[in-house]
Design a protein around this ligand. Structure first.
Ligand code: ANZ
Length: 801
């Protein structure tokens, strides 16, 4: 058994003293290998973090050995709610507590032997860092992409803050905060808003060329939710009001049997006739208690009320009733629709419930018909399909000047204010008339001890009057008492690593030197993290990056070229690890017991990187025993080197191993790579002698991305230099003894034997030898061969009667 405690400590110290993972800029090829940086929580790293971090470490080490300049950094997404809540609860400032957690995380990462360049470490709460977060915000403001708006926000009383849509989940149909499950309601408030919607098209287009999982791209695409349709303006009968509807199915206009407006529509009460008023007001009271999900997907029993008013159909001149129904949302399209029950499921349900007319305009038998087909009952559009009908109807309505093309997005602007203390302050001042002034310098958080909620809809900073109120030349100004959301720092942190200098300073983001470094390092070549960030971090970061590209700051449109979502590591019980289930595995104890190398290999051997898999400590112990066996084999063979022997099989196996490991690392199939090592080391352990230490050296280098400590040790044992002076081995293909293909021999489709095809054989030789195989021969006795089917190098099927 090798002593992992001594060996691992020894090499970790060596790497640290020799700055073995320092980012280099010497070569003409680079690899920027990035992990999603962690929030440094009080409970430290968990085994799920280690999965992605081991995977990136394998690639980073592999690339270094292959002569790449590698940037492989780590940092801390250290603003955020847990630290703030802890501070409020204990009266302690979040900063020292955060530093303590970071120290613990760093200690754990070092224990794992990850090859980060710690000189590149960043921390979003460091004023040197958030100076630039504030700078980007100011640039967005200058371009009109940040503004203060009175908007309906998601107000969470339990957390005392506003939340973004992405921070809210549905539990039993109710909206609650993702953190803490506190109820969330809609409330109008003045908030900073970032106009990500202006980037909707760019964000959509940018997806095309990314090497990301298709499922993830689809999530982003649906989240952006682009739909192309038309706005039609309808005259309200006996009134000067006009009602605009948004439709993606202009072709079905002859089938419109009602118009439906949203309960929040400003025209609703204006067009509601006296006799319908009471009923509609009651309806509005009921609607207020429902959330969006209850009004849409969960709405199985559609409800609606006639307003008493009508519009005139522009093409048929018929009177069409206007209804109100809660499945029409105010914040999408125009907040009003034309209802076509024959061709829309929701409209169909409503019409059925109230016995409203259903006018079919596309051929077919079972309503509603939502597929394409030939139009009927549609005058000019009869006989046409959807696209053609849209075109002719559009032209007709265009003549009347009542139609326009309209692109809609599901994406909403990004509510960017949080009523918290522990976040980036806004770099602005308001005067007494609420005019906004950008502050040139850093606006840092005031150092206060007793962080407590303000008791109003403002954040804790409202308590710190000495900070909020500013007097400049006798004029009074106020700071914003809101801070930025945690997503701010993570929207550009991958650029900050590039800017970080050895002395802890940052190159100015907008400097020429910065541009040069970006040219060298962007885009990120590999980004690994969890799928939970599909529409949050990954969309925000793409938005800021694209904005910085448009400003000429960065040289690539997209930040992350290749992205992999690691699968979830489940508890031993197959459930998601969580404190409440008591199934969380703590890596510290495992490293202590089995060593980091065993843990790294086990994490990769559990299964394919992208799949979920359950923890099993027995298998980890098995991996440890395997490493012990390799160690013993190496110890034994290094003293049994005999240059006089020639071992062509070993030469062949080691060169084949190089090929296999290359291929599987390149394809991120780390579990397969490990199984190749297992087969090889099993074979190696059967040998008593080898003819040179080259085999040990190659094995050590190949294994080093997976198990770096023991690999360094192997190199040391054969007096080779440490890994940082080594290069990845080349496979000598001509030394690989090609293995003859083996195929199955079938009689009437049933496999009866196996045969190795010698290179000198032709088809007849093969058949002749196959029928002589004892296991085959006995099936041929008294039988007549009527046909032989041979699929080259795959199967031989002999048909007999
Ligand atoms: C008539 C029609 C006929 C429609 C038909 C569909 C099928 P996406 O693709 O999601 O953009 N709609 C428009 N605004 C709405 C709102 N504020 N609340 C609820 N529904 C709304 O969907 C666009 C379609 O959703 C629109 O096209 C409209 O119904 C409805 F056979 O208009 B359609």
């Amino acid at each position: 058994m090798y002593n992992h405690k001594i060996i691992e400590k020894k090499w970790q110290t060596f790497w640290e003293e020799n700055k073995s993972f320092k980012t280099t800029e010497n070569n003409n090829k680079k690899a920027y290998i990035l992990d999603m940086f962690p929030y440094p929580s009080g409970s430290g790293l968990h085994v799920g973090h280690l999965e992605g971090y081991t995977a990136t470490d394998i690639i980073a080490r592999y690339k270094r050995l292959n002569g790449f300049d590698v940037l492989h950094p780590i940092g801390w997404d250290a603003f955020g709610l847990p630290a703030e809540q802890y501070a409020i609860k204990t009266g302690n400032h979040p900063a020292p507590f955060t530093i303590k957690n970071i120290d613990n995380f760093r200690r754990q990462l070092k224990l794992m032997g990850f090859s980060y360049d710690y000189d590149k470490e960043i921390n979003t709460t460091d004023p040197k860092f958030y100076l630039w977060t504030q700078w980007i915000f100011k640039e967005l403001y200058k371009e009109g992409l940040a503004s203060i708006e009175e908007i309906d926000v998601n107000w969470c009383e339990g957390l005392g803050t506003v939340l973004a849509n992405e921070e809210i989940i549905e539990v039993n149909g109710k909206k609650v905060s993702e953190r803490g499950n506190f109820p969330v309601i809609k409330k109008p408030m003045k908030q900073w808003v970032l106009k990500i919607t202006e980037y909707a098209d760019k964000l959509l287009e940018g997806l095309t060329d990314l090497d990301w999982p298709e499922s993830l791209k689809l999530l982003q695409k649906n989240w952006i939710g682009k739909s192309e349709g038309h706005i039609v303006k309808w005259d309200i009968f006996n009134s000067n009001y006009k009602l605009e509807t948004f439709t993606t199915r202009l072709d079905t206009i002859y089938g419109a049997s009602m118009l439906i407006i949203s309960p929040e529509h400003p025209l609703l009460l204006k067009i509601t006739t006296h006799e319908n008023k009471k009923e509609i007001l009651d309806y509005l009271d009921v609607v207020k208690t429902k959330n969006e999900l209850e009004r849409t997907q969960l709405n199985k029993n559609k409800s609606g009320i006639f307003t008493g008013s009508y519009v005139i159909h522009p093409l048929t001149n018929k009177k069409i009733p206007i209804w109100v129904s809660d499945y029409v949302l105010m914040n999408y399209g125009t907040g009003a629709i034309m209802s076509v029950p024959a061709h829309d499921q929701r409209d169909f349900e409503l019409a059925n419930k109230y016995n409203l007319p259903i006018l079919q305009v596309i051929e077919g038998s079972t309503l509603p018909i939502v597929e394409d087909g030939l139009h009927i009952n549609s005058e000019v559009a009869n006989g046409l399909n959807i696209e053609e009908s849209k075109e002719v109807i559009y032209n007709l309505l265009k003549e009347k000047n009542i139609v326009s093309k309209k692109i809609n997005y599901k994406l909403r602007d990004w509510v960017f204010s949080r009523q918290r203390y522990w976040g980036e302050p806004f770099p602005v001042l308001f005067d007494e008339e609420n005019n906004i002034y950008l502050v040139k310098e850093l606006v840092s958080l005031p150092d206060i001890d007793n962080i407590k909620p303000s008791g109003s809809t403002e954040g804790p900073l409202a308590n710190v009057k000495s900070w909020t109120n500013v007097n400049i030349n006798g004029k009074k100004y106020r700071h914003d008492t809101n801070v930025m959301p945690q997503w701010a720092g993570s929207s550009w942190y991958f650029l900050a690593y590039i800017l970080k200098n050895d002395d802890g300073s940052y190159l100015p983001l907008n400097s020429e030197e910065a541009k040069e470094r970006f040219n060298n390092w962007l885009p990120v070549d590999l980004y690994i993290g969890g799928q939970e960030h599909a529409v949050l971090h990954l969309l925000y970061a793409r938005f800021w990056h694209r904005f910085l590209f448009d400003k000429g700051i960065v040289n690539t449109k997209e930040p992350f070229k290749k992205l992999i979502n690691q699968g979830l590591i489940l508890g031993p019980d197959g459930q998601k690890m969580s404190k409440s289930l008591g199934n969380v595995i703590n890596p510290d104890g495992l490293v202590e017991e089995c060593g980091a190398d065993a843990l790294r290999i086990y994490e990769m051997f559990m299964g394919p990187l992208t799949e979920s898999k359950s923890w099993n400590t027995d298998s980890l112990n098995g991996i440890r025993r395997w490493l012990d066996r390799i160690y013993n084999t190496v110890l034994n063979l290094k003293d049994n080197i005999d240059i006089s022997i020639k071992d062509e099989k070993l030469d062949s196996e080691i060169n084949q191993l190089i090929l296999d490991i290359n291929e599987n690392i390149e394809k991120y199939k780390f579990n397969i790579a490990i199984s190749k090592f297992m087969v090889f080391t099993n074979y190696l352990s059967t040998l008593n002698k080898i003819n040179s230490s080259y085999v040990i050296k190659v094995l050590a280098i190949l294994l080093s991305p997976f198990a770096p400590h023991i690999s360094e040790e192997f190199l040391g044992l054969i007096k080779e230099k440490p890994l940082q002076y080594q290069t990845w081995p080349f496979a000598e293909i001509d030394k690989i003894i090609s293995k003859n293909p083996q195929i199955g021999v079938q009689i009437n489709g049933k496999v009866r034997g196996q045969i190795e095809i010698l290179p000198t054989w032709n088809k007849d030789d093969l058949i002749k030898n196959a029928i002589e195989l004892p296991s085959v021969k006995k099936w041929l006795e008294d039988k007549q061969i009527i046909k032989v089917i041979y699929i080259e190098n795959k199967i031989l099927n002999i048909i007999v009667k």
